[in-house]
Design a binder for this molecule. Structure first.
Ligand code: AMP
Length: 432
């Protein structure tokens, strides 16, 4: 007889298990710290939004909206979607709560899962995690673009990631882009039949996206298409020059990427991406750009905006691949108690140690010493602390260092000092 079948996670969606989850927590904590010292504050957003929000902002013709959204009709017949990205939600919230009345720039960050029904592969998931930052307000000064990119560079440094490239482009604005698009369409008329099926479709629906094609055979033809940077209006040209100067003054190197258009319709002027050689095909760690006018498209006041989203899954994968950061949360004390009479004392000793921040495991049932020590070893405990009738009588604990098996008899303050010394050594080793 076979038992009931098991239920597995759906394709493209995964569990993040310990000990990897500790690296995720470490990374999110670093990102929050960096964002907060740059004066960004967290906005917590819904995961479900009206489908219309994404159709109107990301663009109904984009792959994200036309092919990849998880959309369903709610019981009240409204169409809702799992968010494929969060900039649109930030702008919706900005309008909904009148954040344009806040003094100065509105600088917000978010952190959480996004959903896109893409073909799953390494580095590409259907539920993935982004941390993103947005600067909204009345200014479009290039310093905003550069400072926001600077914070990403600081985060890369904190993660000890040294091999990455910043790609920079401007995709113009409603003043200069139409002339470029007309020129691009014209060029595509002759070239499109020799491009891949997706490009042939995009040549009519969304010609800018042709530039984003990754099909190897298409590359020489696409490289020869007109470049948007040759069509920028005076305002866009000056803005791009400004961003380049602002990056240079911050000591941030970049490479021009005239084909960098990104998969969302709302960008104007600056677009950028940070890639790494460690990820294979899915090599983008983060990307973003400027989206002046998006708030107006969503019925809000005239607003300028700049932002980015970074892929947490990918940062984690690069840190693992390069071994740049090693986080191993240790079980510091496995507390072996012997004899029912020792249990209450063990409970309170554990409570005092935990209050001081030490990680302590107390087995719920009494165990034979040999079994307890074997379990402590398999759980990678630093110390096994033994508390039985002898220890209760002497007022000293038997402390066994699991790494080398050495055993000492220590008072509680001596045990705490030993644990603190271990912590110290640990923090020096955490980030290698
Ligand atoms: P985008 O919103 O497409 O600009 O994506 C910003 C960043 O999110 C990318 O640079 C990736 O690091 C990450 N990302 C986007 N899509 C996925 C995905 N399907 N799986 C994992 N990470 C992703």
């Amino acid at each position: 007889m076979t038992g009931p079948s098991t239920v597995r996670a759906i394709r493209g969606v995964r569990d993040i298990l310990p000990p990897e989850s500790a690296l995720w927590n470490w990374f999110e904590q670093q990102a929050r710290q960096v964002l907060e010292v740059y004066n960004f504050r967290e906005i917590r957003l819904p995961i479900l939004e009206p489908t219309e929000l994404f159709a109107r902002s990301v663009g109904a013709e984009t792959d994200i909206v036309s092919k990849e959204m998880y959309t369903f009709t709610d019981r009240d017949q409204t169409s809702v979607s799992l968010r494929p990205e969060a900039t649109a939600s930030v702008v919706r919230a900005y309008i909904e709560h009148g954040l344009h009345t806040w003094p100065g720039l509105v600088k917000l960050y978010y952190c959480g899962p996004m959903f896109r029904r893409e073909r799953p592969q390494k580095g590409r998931y259907r539920q993935f995690y982004q941390i993103g930052a947005e600067v909204l307000g009345t200014s479009d000064h290039p310093a905003i673009d550069a400072e926001t990119i600077e914070l990403l560079v600081v985060l890369l440094e904190r993660c000890r990631l040294t091999q990455w490239t910043l790609w920079l482009n401007s995709i113009g604005c409603p003043v200069c882009r139409p002339a470029y698009l007309a020129r691009l369409r014209q060029a595509l008329e002759t070239v499109a039949p020799r491009l891949c099926a997706d490009c042939q479709r995009r040549a009519t629906t969304n010609p800018l996206r042709v530039l984003d094609c990754k099909v190897p055979e298409d590359q020489p033809l696409i490289d020869a298409l007109p470049k948007i940077t040759d069509f920028l209006c005076e305002g866009c040209r000056q803005h791009l020059d400004g961003v380049e100067e602002q990056l240079a003054l911050r000591g941030i190197g970049y490479r021009p990427a005239p084909r960098l258009v990104r998969g969302l319709d709302y960008y104007v002027r600056t677009t950028f991406e940070i890639t790494t050689p460690h990820l294979g095909a899915q090599n983008a760690l983060a990307g973003g750009g400027r989206y002046d006018g998006l708030a107006e498209m969503l019925g809000g006041p005239p607003t300028r905006g700049f932002g980015f989203a970074l892929g947490v899954d990918r940062f984690i994968e690069v840190m693992q691949a390069t071994g740049s950061v090693h986080i191993e949360p240790a079980l510091e004390v496995f507390l072996v108690w012997m004899g029912e009479d020792s249990y209450a004392e063990a409970v309170w000793l554990a409570r005092r140690l935990r209050e001081q921040g030490f990680v302590v495991e107390v087995p719920p049932e009494e165990m034979k010493l040999r079994r307890a020590l074997s379990l402590a070893s398999r759980q990678h405990a630093r110390l096994a602390v033994i508390l039985g009738p002898d220890e209760r009588q002497s007022g000293r604990l038997t402390v066994k260092r699991m790494a080398d098996g050495t055993q000492q008899s220590l008072s509680e303050p001596e045990l705490v000092a030993l644990l603190q010394a271990g912590r110290q050594a640990d923090s020096e080793n955490h980030v290698k």
